[in-house]
Write a protein that binds this ligand. Structure first.
Ligand code: PLP
Length: 459
């Protein structure tokens, strides 16, 4: 069958059979929405089955950090599949790959964090962390201390508890979420502050006092943990305002509230440091990792726990027997082999440093070209994360009516230049999160295509 006919057939099967995640199901099934069938990838480029090539400015879903087509990782996966495709990690079992990866991860983690549990996705790693937080407080004899505070616009997954932790209505509405032990506090999103008159320091003080008020209202003896990305990702790609973490951390310490840093996006280099916690001076009790752990060459996630938490977990199993938690695929050898090869590549090619340097360049160039545009409210970012937020009236900060779908229109225009960006949920926000191997020439191409797309969308 020739390629064109085969594509027609695949397209039909796709519409007939495939229930896609995060997709307008009806439009897709009726063929009204544009999907793409991707065939291959190399470096920062992907190619679809029609032979069209795209600069992937979002690294898949902020995850193909080392870029596409890395032979070293493909070889490591193939070798592992041949030698030992699977063995479980229950009752103390390990494989060369999973044990090596645990050592590599904890060597790179903050000094006070020395144990890692492996799962498969960011969502299940957050779920593991949540169970461990509850276990921790039960072992400490604090059974009431169970509520979790996350932030509006945080993204922590889309399971029942992790979807509840997420602070975006799209992931709650019609799913009966959030579930009751989860509370949401103010999003650290300076540009969208309620009071446009507030300066950054006043806004940070407000975020801190909103959190303290919530803790006092609920009772600190009922609050177990604060769940946060170092900087907001899916909620808008928003760097933490200056002084935010310095204001939040002491409140958590004062009330004996654990900090879970969700580093599914920022872990392993996206901000130009190994972890976002390091970048912002946070002191987490748990770190959630996924995407960048394997650069998505195979599904693998992790929960890194601090020495303080580990001591209590150890006490718990001494008192109660084995930990009643685990997945069949925990620490899957193929994912672990991909992780080992991926972390080696990050080091050998100096990719974390490149993410910091080229990411800074991308952000600077995007600001130079678009920060003064009459319909751009803000250009912001950190490391290899960059966003452009569109507004109807810049001086008054009036947002577009969501029905106009300005963000989606800009993304569609961008695709005409064969550059992929993402329309973030919850506003007209164009996001970029390219692979760390991006060059300055490729960054220029993203910026040029964005300027063209903004004009092409009639803004
Ligand atoms: N946490 C953060 C910060 C994320 O960005 C994501 C996914 O984008 C998740 C958790 C959920 O990860 P997954 O989609 O692998 O379940």
């Amino acid at each position: 069958m020739d390629d064109a006919r085969q594509n027609d057939q695949l397209g039909q099967w796709d519409r007939d059979s495939f229930l896609h995640p995060s997709t307008h199901l009806g439009q897709h099934a009726r063929g009204e929405a544009q999907g793409r069938i991707i065939r291959t990838g190399e470096g920062v480029y992907i190619e679809d089955r029609d032979g069209q090539r795209w600069l992937d400015g979002f690294a898949g879903l902020y995850c193909v950090n080392v870029g596409y087509g890395r032979q070293e990782i493909a070889d490591a996966i193939a070798k592992q599949a041949q030698e030992l495709a699977y063995y479980h990690a229950y009752v103390g079992h390990g494989t060369e790959a999973s044990i090596t990866l645990a050592k590599m991860v904890t060597d790179r983690a903050p000094d006070h964090m020395n144990k890692v549990y492996f799962g498969l996705s960011g969502s299940d790693a957050n779920e593991t962390n949540l169970k461990l937080v509850w276990y921790y407080n039960n072992i400490r004899g604090l059974p009431r201390k169970k509520k979790i505070i996350s932030r509006w616009r945080g993204y922590h997954g889309s399971g029942l508890m992790t979807g509840s932790l997420t602070g975006l209505p799209l992931f709650h509405d019609k799913f009966d979420l959030p579930l009751s032990p989860i509370l949401h506090t103010t999003a650290p999103y300076f540009y969208r502050r309620d009071n446009f008159e507030q300066n950054e320091a006043e806004f940070v003080a407000q975020c801190a006092s909103d959190l303290e008020e919530m803790i006092e209202r609920e009772g600190a003896d009922t609050i177990a943990a604060f769940w946060a990305e170092p900087m907001l990702g899916t909620g808008g790609i928003v760097p933490a305002p200056t002084g935010y973490w310095e204001a939040i951390q002491p409140i958590l310490d004062k009330h004996d509230i654990l900090l879970v840093a969700d580093e599914v996006i920022t872990g392993f280099g996206r901000l130009g440091t190994m972890f976002g916690s390091e970048h912002y001076g946070m002191k987490p009790d748990f770190i959630t990792i996924a995407k960048g752990l394997t650069s998505a060459y195979a599904p693998l996630s992790g929960s890194i726990v601090s020495d303080k938490v580990w001591k209590v977990l150890e006490q718990g199993t001494d008192e109660n027997g084995p930990l009643g938690h685990g997945w069949t695929y925990s620490a899957h050898p193929i994912g672990a082999a991909a992780g080992v090869a991926n972390l080696k590549l990050l080091d050998e090619l100096n990719l974390v440093q490149n993410a910091g340097e080229v990411g800074t360049y991308l952000n600077r160039r995007m600001k130079e070209e678009l920060a003064d545009h009459p319909h751009v409210g803000e250009v912001r970012g950190e490391g290899m994360l960059c966003a452009v937020e569109f507004v109807e009236d810049r001086a008054r900060r009036t947002f577009y009516d969501p029905s106009r779908k300005i963000g989606a229109k800009v993304v569609a225009e961008l695709a005409k230049s064969h550059v992929i960006g993402r329309a973030m949920p919850g506003g007209d926000i164009l996001g970029f999160a390219p692979p760390f191997s991006l060059t300055t020439d490729e960054a220029d191409r993203i910026v040029e295509a964005t300027v063209k797309a903004v004009n092409g969308a009639g803004l």
